[in-house]
Design a protein around this ligand. Structure first.
Ligand code: ATP
Ligand code: MG
Length: 365
């Protein structure tokens, strides 16, 4: 199992020198809009330590990939990961303790301009329809990556320019840590049941969770479409028969996306950004109880961002805080942005729960 106990983000987007200590199996990252919650989840993904450049580009691209009309180049997305307020050398860096071992990721480099042979570039990447002759000048970045996990060290070199396209697909096989990110809108992308189907017992548990929304749901399956033999996800329903998952509501799809990601993250780390999106408040207690139980049985360390106090309470009530000796499984980390600085306040789940009960404590501030 992967377990991050401590995290220090030295430089990543708007965050510099943020320390979060005392992480637990379940970690709530909360705070105002723009305080850096999603940035923390992105930075953690750089710790996959595969040495695979495709992983860095995938993290760089994650936000942009949510927008269908996004026209940013991979170069622009990549450059935006570096803090804006630095002159000269650019740097991304984070470190921490994972499974009792030191872990770190550092990427440093310089921006510049290079000349490229126009013939070798993809014509679609030029702003004008006319492809220039000879050499074209391009913005570029050249740098070095150093990764460490315990005694294992990896170094890499990175060269990217404004005409680069992503080469290589990220392969989780090469990763030392299995880290899965779930965006607030992951459930709208499809492909959200394949991991659930691999384990019959888990599938039955997930169907029980779906029955909260509709007690007539009976089964989950994948059929091949007539067009192109592509996989299509279906739900078997007592009254409606077999219907594509797409015909169901977003709350139900979100629960499928959550369940699927838990199985995918087995033995690793799961990052849920805005876990509550699309789910009605009245289901929070049941869904979070299911989520935390499933993470425990799949040995998954969970990081969750949320804006919802009801979601925070729902997650805290999964614990038996009445039993004085129960071991703490939840860390609540509130982020605060002041100028160029990001601060964290870390409390235990028990502290937050007791103070919410006694004083209605507003932990998000
Ligand atoms: N390269 C960068 N340099 C400096 N600041 C940056 C950079 N990239 C993003 N930011 C800042 O980071 C903030 C956004 O951070 P992030 O998206 O992590 O916030 P969040 O807490 O997830 O917000 P929300 O709750 O709205 O989703 C913005 O204030 C933005 O200006
Ligand atoms: Mg966010």
């Amino acid at each position: 199992m992967a377990f991050i106990e401590r995290l220090c983000i030295e430089d990543y987007r708007g965050i510099s020198d943020l320390k979060i200590d005392g992480l637990k199996h379940v970690n709530l990252i909360i705070g105002d809009n723009n305080c850096g919650k999603t940035s923390v989840l992105e930075a953690i993904q750089l710790l996959r330590t595969s040495g695979n450049l495709a992983n860095i580009y995938r993290v760089a691209r994650q936000r942009d990939a949510l927008s269908v009309s996004n026209a940013n180049s991979i170069f622009d997305s990549f450059i935006c990961m570096f803090p804006r307020n630095n002159d000269g050398e650019m740097r991304l860096g984070l470190n921490g303790i994972c499974n009792g071992q030191e872990i770190s990721f550092v990427l440093t480099g310089k921006r510049g301009r290079i000349l490229l042979d126009a013939k070798e570039l993809d014509g679609n990447r030029f702003k004008t329809a006319e492809i220039p002759e000879g050499e074209v000048e391009a913005e570029s970045f050249e740098g070095d990556i150093t990764m460490a996990y315990g005694k294992s060290r990896k170094n890499g070199h990175i060269n990217i320019n404004q005409y680069s396209s992503i080469t290589g697909t990220p392969s989780s096989d090469q990763d030392q840590l299995n880290i899965v990110y779930v965006s607030p809108y992951e459930h709208l992308r499809g492909n959200i049941i394949n991991r659930i189907l691999r384990n019959e017992t888990y599938k039955q548990v997930c169907i029980k969770a779906l029955q909260l929304f509709d007690p007539d749901i009976e089964d989950l399956m994948i059929f091949r479409s007539d067009i192109g033999n592509r996989p299509v996800e279906y739900i078997r329903h007592k009254k409606l028969g077999d219907m594509p998952v797409s015909t169901y509501g977003d709350g139900l799809k979100k629960v499928l996306a959550i369940s699927n990601a838990i199985a995918q993250a087995a033995g690793g780390i799961l990052l849920f950004d805005e876990v509550e999106t699309s789910i009605h408040r009245k289901y929070y207690d049941d869904i979070f109880r299911f989520t935390i139980k499933a993470c425990k049985s799949f040995n998954v360390q969970l990081f969750v961002t949320t804006h919802s106090i009801e979601a925070i309470d729902g997650i805290l009530t999964t614990q038996d805080y009445e039993r004085q000796e129960s071991e703490e499984a939840i860390c609540v980390c509130t982020l605060k942005r002041e100028g160029n600085d990001t601060f964290s306040r870390v409390l235990s789940g028990r502290e937050v729960h007791e103070n919410r009960e006694a004083f209605g404590f507003e932990v998000r501030l």
